[in-house]
Design a binder for this molecule. Structure first.
Ligand SMILES: NC(=O)c1ccc[n+]([C@@H]2O[C@H](COP(=O)([O-])OP(=O)(O)OC[C@H]3O[C@@H](n4cnc5c(N)ncnc54)[C@H](OP(=O)(O)O)[C@@H]3O)[C@@H](O)[C@H]2O)c1
Length: 299
């Protein structure tokens, strides 16, 4: 099969589109013919050598495609599926366990479906499983226009929350258009000055942003970060909690999110669709840190 491999870590130049062995599904797994894969920051972090990745490696975690061979109950050859793969997704074929994929609703394109898994499940778990967001509460989403953030804004709104998003000037209308009630433009205002009494703050940005969200919480509120070490000491001193979430894939959550998208209640923003052969450009765009929604590769 054709796939994008890295044999060493480094700049986008280490990404090579080349011939690779087709992976073999084990018991409980399916082999998927990939139609679309999406790019996540974790992909370029692995490419840069910031996470432990045995080399050579096929990068990519999110795919949508068609089952080519099933060694698992509940999935048959020809089923359209999407989800989170074992090994790599930037390839003509990928393998996945059945607990990390779901059937793709007919109303979703492969591009839309491939954009969902990592970002969608992370947003869901941060707000509800970890943040415990309830109807009527206020959620602040730092990085509201990004892959994870744009799902989080919509999920929090659907759950009956009051939603405040943060981002730069160019994303104001986009984030308000997703349903956010308020927007804090970080190029003009310090979020710590602009906002207070937040029940759940969700940090997708990292850096100085993480710590800056501690003072905006109400007493007993929670900061969930996915992009930094949680500022536990500052949180304790302030009478709030700060926790790191590491996403764990769930086929039930995938199916639920896909239903919301298919039903028109959640929109998947895809800022760029590129062929797999243009993966180096896709990584450069993602690494800029200013992607709106998701970047998708077609295979
Ligand atoms: N722990 C986990 O399980 C987990 C899971 C998924 C992702 N992550 C991590 O979470 C982070 C976000 O992932 P992602 O896929 O959402 O990334 P992304 O799509 O690349 O996020 C880009 C967005 O961040 C916004 N942004 C940049 N600086 C900002 C700032 N100072 N304040 C507010 N917004 C800012 C940008 O908006 P502007 O252009 O307007 O600045 C842009 O829309 C990454 O570090 C990723 O590795 C962790």
């Amino acid at each position: 099969m054709q796939a994008v491999l890295i044999h060493e870590t480094g700049s986008p130049d280490v990404l090579h589109y080349e011939e690779a062995d087709r992976p073999e599904p084990g018991d409980g797994q399916v082999l998927i013919r990939v139609h679309a894969a999406s790019v996540n920051p974790t992909d370029w972090k692995a490419r840069r050598g910031l996470s432990e990745t045995p080399l050579p490696a096929v990068l990519g975690k999110d795919i949508s495609g068609t089952v080519e061979l099933s060694r698992a109950d509940g999935f048959a050859e020809g089923d359209d599926v999407f989800g989170y793969v074992v090994g790599g997704g930037y390839a003509e074929f990928a393998i996945a366990s059945t607990d990390t994929i779901a059937k793709k609703p007919a109303g979703l394109s492969h591009e839309q479906a491939a954009a969902i898994p990592l970002a969608g499940m992370t947003a869901w778990q941060a707000l509800f499983d970890r943040g415990g967001l309830e109807r009527g509460q206020t959620a602040l989403i730092a990085g509201a226009a990004g892959g994870v953030g744009h799902f989080a804004v919509q999920f929090a709104k659907l759950a009956g929350g009051r939603v405040i998003g943060t981002g730069s000037s160019r994303n104001r209308d986009f984030v308000l258009g997703l349903g956010a009630d308020e927007y804090v433009d970080y190029t003009e205002q310090d979020v710590g000055q602009a906002v207070s009494a937040v029940d759940v703050a969700f940090d997708t940005v990292g850096g100085d942003t993480t710590q800056s969200l501690v003072p905006i919480l109400r007493d007993g509120g929670i900061l969930v970060t996915i992009a930094n070490a949680p500022p536990e000491e500052a949180a304790r001193a302030r009478g709030v909690r700060a926790e790191l979430l590491v996403m764990g894939p769930s086929s039930e959550q995938l199916a639920r999110i896909a239903e919301l998208v298919a039903g028109g209640e959640v929109r998947v923003e895809i800022s760029q669709v590129l062929p797999l052969t243009e993966v180096q450009q896709a990584h450069q765009l993602s690494e800029s840190g200013h992607t709106r929604g998701k970047i998708v590769l077609t295979v």
